[in-house]
Design a protein around this ligand. Structure first.
Ligand code: ADP
Ligand code: GN1
Ligand code: MG
Length: 366
């Protein structure tokens, strides 16, 4: 993709001078570039071509991120010793005062300060890092709990709604647009067998037993930056911050922080949930949130990783059936491979469910 990154960079009001731009990170949604500046004492930047097929209202999306980052910065400024520039994303304004631009071809772009010297992990290899990740998400939720100004815009409607995700899944199976359904009977069965029990969080919400709060909704571990000493630094990828149940954030973080293998591991024998990593993340998360969660929220925390891992499996498989229109893929069977790995992880969580419940019980009941 031959974008003129220097030209796009110059639409924004920056301190440094463009030196070069390279593809960066392993996100599945946007095209992300790191922009290095010539001056060694000036910031580098993250420039993103936003996926406006997935996020259909970029101005509202950006408005959410403006609100969230302003609020987080206000909070951080009252905490002694905090480093606002590294602990919160900073949007760079465009020359016409917006937080995004549209180029001549209709592409949407935005830019952040590059958070330097961070560590980002797709797989977590020790409990200390998992603990720090839990702390980061707990703190993030706690800091946003009193954000003024009314509900955030819903950037992707029904994002974690498993009923809607299953409707989309069964709809695509009937439609079979890429002729792939015949080859995945086993995976379809694994999903359908579990469909009913997965609706419990939605039911608790409808019954008013768990509240909607401001949640991140995309807490996979590489969206949590750690610092050079692997301490919690900054939660990034704020595109889906909107009203949600805390179970969505807890579940997605465990899905990635406690998996012994990567999200798309092809050797399924390597995919397991590591209960020590689960425990460490839970400790970090609850150290920031245990006072604010209600009893039902706490009771269903251990179930959340099963729900979200299952939901992502449904989404990967739906995209595979559809012919790969949503997630970036790096080879033709990538979405199927991801779905298989996530289903294996669901089964590993099922096997350890009693242990997960007893860990949460101990941490929440003292
Ligand atoms: P996607 O939605 O495609 O995952 P992200 O916003 O998560 O996009 O960005 C992709 C990757 O770019 C992240 O996983 C992270 O490695 C890196 N990244 C994003 N923002 C920053 C930032 N401000 N500083 C440093 N790295 C960043
Ligand atoms: C996407 O944006 P990224 O790569 O951090 C997706 C998440 C999935 C994840 C699976 C907006 O996250 O919901 O859990 O891939 N984000 C969106 O890796 O759909
Ligand atoms: Mg991301």
């Amino acid at each position: 993709m031959g974008y003129d990154l220097k030209d796009i960079f110059e639409y924004f009001v920056t301190d440094g001078t463009f030196s070069n731009g390279e593809s960066y990170g392993s996100g599945h949604i946007h095209d992300t570039f790191r922009i290095e500046t010539i001056e060694t004492d000036k910031d580098d930047y993250i420039l993103q071509r936003l996926n406006n097929k997935i996020f259909k209202n970029i101005p509202e999306l950006q408005h959410n991120i403006e609100r969230v980052t302003v609020h987080l910065r206000n909070k951080l400024s009252s905490i002694p010793g905090s480093n606002i520039k590294r602990e919160c994303l900073k949007l760079i304004p465009s020359r016409d005062g917006k937080s995004w631009i549209i180029d001549n071809e209709g592409n949407y772009w935005r830019m952040y300060i590059f958070i330097s010297n961070h560590h980002s992990y797709n797989v977590v290899d020790n409990p200390d890092k998992a603990f720090e990740g839990g702390k980061a998400i707990g703190r993030f939720q706690a800091m946003l709990s009193d954000m003024p100004g009314g509900p955030l815009f819903e950037t992707i409607p029904w994002f974690h709604n498993i009923e809607k995700r299953l409707e989309a899944f069964t709809g695509k199976i009937k439609e079979n647009p890429a002729g792939r359904v015949e080859s995945i009977g086993k995976e379809i069965d694994l999903i359908l067998q579990r469909a009913e029990e997965m609706k419990i969080i939605l039911r608790l919400g409808k019954e008013g037993k768990i509240p909607l709060r401001i949640t991140h909704n995309d807490t996979k571990f590489n969206n949590i930056l750690l610092d050079e000493n692997d301490k919690a630094l900054c939660v990034i990828d704020l595109d889906t911050v909107m009203p949600g149940y805390i179970h969505y954030d807890f579940g997605d973080a465990i899905r990635t922080a406690a998996n012994t293998a990567s999200e798309d591991e092809s050797d399924l024998s390597r995919v397991k949930m590591d209960i020590k990593l689960f425990k460490a993340y839970s400790e970090g998360y609850l150290s920031e949130t245990v006072q604010t969660l209600n009893d039902v929220e706490k009771e269903f925390l251990a179930f959340a990783p099963r729900l979200i891992t299952y939901t992502i499996a449904v989404r990967f498989l739906t995209d595979f059936i559809d012919g790969d229109n949503y997630f970036k893929i790096h080879h033709p069977l990538h979405n199927l491979q991801r779905a298989k790995a996530q289903l294996r992880l669901v089964m590993s969580m099922e096997e350890q469910y009693e242990d997960m419940k007893s860990i949460i019980n101990k941490l929440t009941k003292g």
